[in-house]
Design a binder for this molecule. Structure first.
Ligand code: SF4
Length: 323
């Protein structure tokens, strides 16, 4: 494995990937990303998997069920929403001519992107209200200032005046032999004059400690696998930009990496399919439970899951019905 770390702080970290258990950003909306397409959820009739849902199942099968099958609502989080706004700024800044992609301009875009998101999701105003509905302007101001700081941090890690992304917020989807569709959104794709491809993902959190290497690297290899299948060439570099800590982690994959990810994804889908057929999605209690919105339904915390949807309880033949 080639793992290079470049850091504004000069530290070296040679591991990637962790998860807070909470979304890095809120789900993409037409206002937060380029594509308005909402990818389909996994179902027996159209099996599909994204890196986020795969990570959910690996973290806790019951969490996967709550999100994908029961579709239980989750409270918006200030951190995930800030991630959405920051990603929108980093994406839209490239609409400006190269010389105008400056830090002050990017910072000035933050309030506008927040307003745009708010128009699409007015319920987010609740993030900055007290329980009895009173507005909390200081909290909003602080939150916007934090978003601006994250945006500014990016300029210590990359120089957008020297970048011309080939794609931004790219929705990718490919079907593996056997029918499983892999899908996801890639923040940025750069293509060098030589044709070599770099996949870039922004994280508003901090770079992970080395012992939490798997998560983000899995996500990036997943995207690389999809692009490889779509375009026939292995991306040259995977790059994670951690705005929270000022780190850039890179990884140069090869075919064997991506074949290994494909095997892993297939095994994961087997496990998900089995859980769907039996209705058994075991809870896995970890410290990430602290971020989970579903403790009230979780047996690990004295809760009871909702009835398993009858439409996908296996028939007597053992075959699944439609979701
Ligand atoms: S609270 Fe329950 S459902 Fe949520 S992650 Fe923990 S074990 Fe899974």
């Amino acid at each position: 494995m080639v793992c290079v770390r470049l850091s504004a702080a000069g530290r070296r970290v040679c591991a990637m990937g962790t998860s807070t258990g909470k979304a890095e950003r809120a789900d993409r909306t037409p206002q937060s990303g380029r594509s308005s397409a909402v990818p389909p959820a996994a179902s027996p009739s159209k099996p599909s998997l994204s890196p986020s849902r795969a990570a959910d199942f690996m973290q806790c099968p019951l969490l996967y069920r709550f999100r994908v099958i029961d579709k239980l609502p989750e409270k918006p989080s200030a951190a995930a929403t800030r991630g959405t706004v920051v990603h929108a700024v980093l994406e839209r800044l490239f609409d400006a001519p190269a010389a105008e992609r400056t830090a002050p301009r990017a910072r000035s875009m933050v309030p506008g992107e927040w307003e745009r998101l708010l128009k699409a999701r007015p319920e987010l105003t609740e993030l900055f209200r007290t329980e009895d509905g009173a507005e909390e302007p200081e909290r909003l101001e602080q939150w916007l200032a934090d978003a601006e700081r994250l945006v500014e941090q990016w300029f210590s890690l990359e120089d957008p005046t020297r970048l011309e992304p080939a794609e931004r917020e790219l929705y990718v989807e490919t079907k593996l032999e056997g029918g499983l569709t892999l899908r996801g959104y890639i923040d940025r794709v750069d293509v060098a004059p030589s044709g070599e491809v770099r996949i870039v993902d922004y994280k508003t959190g901090k770079a992970p400690a080395p012992q939490y290497a798997a998560g983000a690297l899995f996500q990036m290899k997943f995207y690389a696998l999809v692009l490889w299948r779509l375009r026939g060439a292995v991306p040259r570099r995977l790059q994670l930009v951690y705005l929270g800590s000022g780190d850039v982690l890179t990884y140069d994959p090869d075919e064997s990496d991506l074949l290994a990810v494909e095997r892993k994804v297939r095994a994961l889908w087997e496990a998900i399919s089995q859980a769907m057929e039996t209705g058994v999605f075991l809870p896995r209690r970890t410290k990430l439970c602290g971020w989970c919105d579903h403790q009230a339904h979780c047996p690990e915390f004295g809760g009871t899951p909702p009835p398993y949807p009858a439409a996908i309880v296996p028939a007597q033949s053992g075959r699944m019905g439609q979701v």
